[in-house]
Each structure stands twice: as C-alpha cells, then as structure tokens.
Design a protein around this ligand. Structure first.
Ligand code: MN
Ligand code: MN
Length: 418
C-alpha cells in the first residue's frame, strides 16, 4: 500500500480517506457518515474526498478567499454578501486620472453609504461640483489641493497629504486637484448608498445648460464672456498646478474670511485614541472634527491582532481595507453567521447592531476604515457587556466559570491582545 501511494503521487491520508469512504459505502453506511470519516482523517488540510473539487475552479480567486471555500464550522445560514472589491468596479479613465465606484447597485446591502476611488495626476482636476449627500474622504497616496465655499460665502482652500481626510457637507460646492510630484489617489465615502459620482452637479454642465443671455444678465456682462464654456462636462481633466497655498487662500478668503470649522482633518497629527499590543485605533468624529457629520475609525492591526467582538447600536458601518488582509465574521439573529476574507481595496458593509470582529490573517500590518453616516462614533463590545453584567447571571448562560468573567477588562479593549 505504501508503494502504491508513492506511485500515484497521492498522500496516504487521501488514499485512506477515499478507501474508508468506499468501505463505508460498501458496508451500507450512510454516505454522510462516510464523508465525515474522510474529513476527520484529513484534519485541516481539506483533503477529504467530500471536500475535493474535481470540476471547474477559479484557482486565483479561490486561493484568496479561504473563508468562503472552506468556511469555519461556526458559519451557518444564508447571510447576504457584505463585501465588494473595487477591483470588480468599472474604471472610468480620463486624461487627468480615473475613478470607479461601489454603490448599492453593486452591493445591495449598502443602502446608506457608497464609496469612490479616484486617481488624479499632478495638475489633474476633479471639476468644481456639488451633490446632495455629504462627502467624507481619506487620502491613500500623494497630495491634493481642495477648495470649497460655504453658505455664507466663506472660502476654504487646503492641501491634503497621505493619511489625512476631509468632509464636504451635502450641497457644499468643492474641487480636488492632484499636486506634485505624482498627484494622488484617495477614497470618497458618501452618506447615500445610491450615490453616483458620474451624475453630480458640475459647473460646466450647469452653465452650458443655462441660456447665454441669462448668464450675461446675471453678471452684468456680455454673452461674449461665456463663449468658451465647454459644451460637455470636463469631469476629470489635466491642467497646470495651482498657485501657492498662501496665495490661493488669500484670494479665496477676501471679503468674507475662511470657514470657521475646517473641512480638513490632519490625521497624522492626531494621537491614537487607543493603543494596545495588537494594534491601534484613531476615532475621528464630531467631538474632535467639528465640521463632520460622518464618523470614522482608522484601525491598524498587527499580524494576529483582532478588532474585538462588537457592534454599533446607532448606524450601519461602511468599511474600506487600505492595507494587508484579514477576515471578518458577521452574525445576525436567527443563527446566521458568515465569514469573508478582505484584501486591499475591498469594501465591507455591516448593518446596524450586527456583531462582528476583524482579524489580521496576514504577516504584515493591516489598516482598515470604519465609516458611519452619523456625527458620533458608538460601539458596544462583547467584553464590556459581559464585564458589566452580574457574573453569576453570565455564568448561568455560558458556563465559563466566574473567575474568567471577573478577569475581563472593565473598559473595552477595541484591539486585542491588549
Ligand atoms: Mn464631490
Ligand atoms: Mn465595527
């Protein structure tokens, strides 16, 4: 038998697994029991005959998604998908950069938020525009000049660098331009799942669709002034770099001054909200960023680190994976649990009050964003819940013994190990 194994290139376990299944079938044992035997013999290597996939297989995708191909045994039931990779999204490429989006039309559970990735070359301009919903942004590479004007005509001009973020409240007109040496790439998140980056209110589009004589009357000038207004939108287009920040701020703030609460937040200058052995978290919401109506957590997990078991009682969570890879299980009432793997550029979505964890399964630091369509960040951790409930009562449910319960930290860990 040993010789036969070697000749076929089959592992002994596979051969034994197959033979025990066949023996069981021959003995009239139910096939379920035979398959189970094969699994038991193969351990965690997924070599059981019942786990083999002799038919079609998308090998690169399956290798990247082990939690879907071989789910943990605790998974159960039909949880709707809560992940969509930006890599699946159509990319609109223009001379000044590119953009792509993940909305409720791609990921049906993401009803309250949508996301956009955008690249602008040095000098590349995302045209002056606005939209109904608010825009929260995170710079993932390079630098950009951003501008906006508020309801009182006050200006805002700022330079944003990697790791920094901004908020443009709904209806506030704004622009983004890539700076040197190599422009930028950033993420935008909107508090509307049905948002569409390709259908925003654009300066050129609006002027083109307004009679020239009305434009002339509006500004007390001649129609000739508007002869160069483009006949179609510019959207993302290459131009010269802006003037210096000081010059452009001075120009924009003349007469009315700057907006009172900056739309920019310099995350790099902020101390982490919590640091532990497993990683760290920065929470940015209206308490430290007064202009925002969108709350966020920037989480870093070291290899093996875990964003502890928790849920958010106040809003849905929209996630973006910036670096590294990990897995997340989402549990929902009725015994449904589903685990999915996440990689750079993936979007995740968790509906309000559904508990979850995120684990770094890679060998490098993992960074991801939790974004919420609400001004204030809120969560409830399993640890805090159990630590502040009478220990006899908890022990009567889960039988861990009260010693274990007394040792749980009285304050949430956020990231473990502490
Ligand atoms: Mn915008
Ligand atoms: Mn969360």
């Amino acid at each position: 038998m040993e010789k036969q194994d070697g000749k076929d290139g089959l592992s002994r376990r596979t051969f034994l697994g197959k033979s025990s299944a066949m023996l069981a079938a021959a003995a009239g044992m139910p096939m379920m029991a035979a398959a189970q035997q094969a699994v038991d013999k193969s351990g965690d290597n997924h070599k059981g005959v019942n786990e083999q996939q002799p038919g079609p297989k998308n090998a690169p995708l399956e290798a990247a998604e082990p939690s879907s191909v071989y789910p943990p045994e605790s998974d159960s039931g039909g949880q709707p998908p809560f992940k969509y990779p930006f890599s699946f999204a159509h990319k609109r490429i223009e001379a000044g950069g590119w953009t792509r989006q993940v909305t409720v039309r791609d990921l049906p559970i993401s009803k309250k938020m949508a996301g956009v990735e955008m690249r602008l070359i040095a000098g590349g301009i995302r045209e002056l525009h606005w939209h109904v919903g608010a825009e929260w942004a995170f710079m993932t590479a390079g630098s950009a000049r951003i501008t906006a004007v508020d309801q009182k005509g006050r200006g805002f001009v700022e330079d944003i660098h990697e790791g920094d973020l901004w908020i443009f409240p709904g209806g506030i007109p704004h622009s983004i331009q890539g700076l040197g040496p190599d422009g930028c790439q950033f993420l935008l998140v909107f508090d509307d799942g049905n948002f569409n980056e390709f259908e925003t209110f654009l300066l050129t589009d609006w002027l083109h669709h307004t009679p020239k004589d009305v434009l002339a009357k509006n500004f007390g000038t001649s129609e000739e002034t508007f002869k160069n207004v483009p006949k179609r939108e510019l959207f993302i287009f290459p131009r010269d770099l802006p003037r210096t920040l000081a010059e452009e701020q001075k120009e924009a703030y003349a007469g009315s001054g700057p907006i009172p609460n900056s739309f920019a937040f310099f995350t790099g200058k902020m101390h982490p909200t919590k640091v532990s052995a497993g990683g760290s978290v920065k929470i940015v919401d209206q308490s430290n960023f007064p202009a925002t109506n969108i709350a966020a957590a920037i989480v870093t997990l070291k290899p093996g680190g875990l964003r502890e078991l928790h849920w958010h009682p106040n809003e849905d969570e929209w996630q973006y994976y910036v670096k590294g890879s990990g897995r997340m299980t989402v549990f929902s009432a009725g015994g449904h649990a589903r685990t999915m793997d996440f990689h750079e550029g993936d979007v995740g979505y968790i509906e309000r009050s559904l508990p979850h964890y995120i684990e770094n399964t890679g060998d490098t630091d993992m960074v991801f964003l939790e974004v919420f369509p609400t001004p204030h960040y809120e969560d409830i951790s399993l640890g805090e819940w159990l630590a502040h409930t009478p220990s006899r009562l908890v022990d009567q449910h889960i039988g861990t013994g009260e010693d274990f319960l007394h040792k749980i930290g009285k304050k949430e860990a956020v990231v473990v190990p502490e």
